[in-house]
Design a binder for this molecule. Structure first.
Ligand SMILES: C[S@@+](CC[C@H](N)C(=O)[O-])C[C@H]1O[C@@H](n2cnc3c(N)ncnc32)[C@H](O)[C@@H]1O
Length: 356
């Protein structure tokens, strides 16, 4: 999916076990970070080569463009990993890397939390098949933290998961979108900010402070989108969604409705996309309550938006039997550490009919 997004931005990329690999001029990195939505990290590979002996590590460290990094150099948060047949060798090389960094006067912060905000400069060292790869985290923090979601109701989804759902559902900004259980507004806001840079003041990245004359990433100005309706029965949570959309600069572009699904008014159109992340688990109060909610959602969809496409995140496939979705496609996704299903298809005009 990251490869598709990069290609849609005119960057040729290839799949790699570690993610998508691509080349871009360093002065474009800051601009690119502001439009990329799928990846959760952007690493700049600064040195790579065989490391069989300790002197190889020193040679590789000399290739790092220290001159382009902020001065004075912030503490380095070093994350080490290896996929090496001989773990003892990997340990030897990676320990030498840390020793040489310390010997050259760098301050190291080890065991940096995977999720934490850097505050320093994050170096990622991977030892793979006798090759040492040194990269720097260009964002300096996980990229799903967009900066606008300061408030959230229960079980908000990651912004990068919302992107994955919109992309799997082939969201077309020129078609109306309806999220009837929007919670903190993640899916609706990700759709409204599709292909647009977020407000500058929201996002500061590690690369902003590097010694590089940054160039903006060219984007289509004022890209229009069709109506986006986002509803939730919980007025307090919906107010959070409105505030989040305000920070993302799209509050005026989303029709927020603080109503139960039955009372929400989607856009009148023959085609469109419904996305939903209904509550699950204990929040639903048991299987019968869950089934009733899905039946209700199904009846509303069949009555209001037959012919639209749907992409609904469900904790188990059985629950989706209550939804009037035909020509179903299933994708396994991770949400909050759980494996869940995204069911996609076309909404039938008839409520409830089991799997098709
Ligand atoms: C799992 S949360 C959605 C989280 C959202 N994707 C986010 O990122 O914040 C489910 C939401 O569905 C709403 N909800 C549950 N039943 C509803 C109903 N019958 N009508 C409208 N909203 C409902 C809840 O208030 C809750 O905010």
């Amino acid at each position: 999916m990251a490869v598709d997004e990069l290609e849609s931005l005119g960057i040729s990329a290839q799949e790699d076990p570690a993610g998508a690999l691509f080349a871009v001029a360093p002065d474009r990195l800051a601009g690119l970070l502001r439009v990329l939505r799928v990846p959760s990290r952007l690493l700049l590979r600064v040195a790579q080569g065989r490391a069989d002996q300790l002197s190889d590590v020193q040679n590789l460290l000399q290739r790092v463009p220290w001159f382009a990094l902020p001065q004075p150099l912030p503490p380095l948060q070093v994350r080490l990993s290896s996929e090496q047949a001989r773990p003892a060798k990997a340990k030897w090389i990676l320990e030498e890397l840390l020793r040489q960094l310390r010997a050259s006067g760098r301050t190291l912060v080890q065991d940096a939390p995977e999720e934490g905000d850097a505050g320093g400069l994050q170096i990622v060292a991977r030892y793979v098949k006798d090759t040492l790869q040194l990269s720097i985290d260009v964002a300096g923090r996980p990229m799903h933290h967009r900066g606008w979601r300061l408030q959230a109701g229960p079980a908000p989804m990651r912004e990068t998961l919302a992107q994955a759902i919109l992309r799997l559902a082939q969201y077309n900004p020129l078609e109306p979108l309806w999220d009837p259980m929007t919670g903190s507004g993640t899916l609706a806001i990700e759709a409204a900010t599709w292909l647009r840079p977020l407000p500058m003041e929201l996002q500061t990245f590690s690369v902003d402070s590097w010694n590089i004359a940054h160039k903006a990433w060219p984007t289509a100005p004022g890209l229009a989108h069709a109506a986006i309706v986002a509803g939730d029965q919980d007025a307090v949570v919906l107010a959070m969604a409105v505030a989040n959309a305000g920070r993302a600069g799209v509050a005026e572009e989303i029709d927020f409705q603080a109503r139960e699904i039955l009372q929400q008014i989607p856009t009148i159109a023959n085609t469109g996309l419904v996305v939903a992340n209904p509550p699950w688990g204990q929040r639903l109060g048991g299987r019968n309550a869950a089934r009733r909610l899905y039946e209700r959602l199904g009846a509303v969809l069949a009555r209001r938006v037959p012919g639209w496409r749907a992409a609904i995140l469900v904790p188990e496939r059985n629950l989706a039997q209550e939804l009037p979705i035909i020509n179903c496609t299933w994708d396994r996704l991770q949400a909050g550490g759980l494996a869940v299903w995204l069911v996609r298809g076309t909404i039938a005009a008839q409520a409830k009919g089991g799997h098709r």
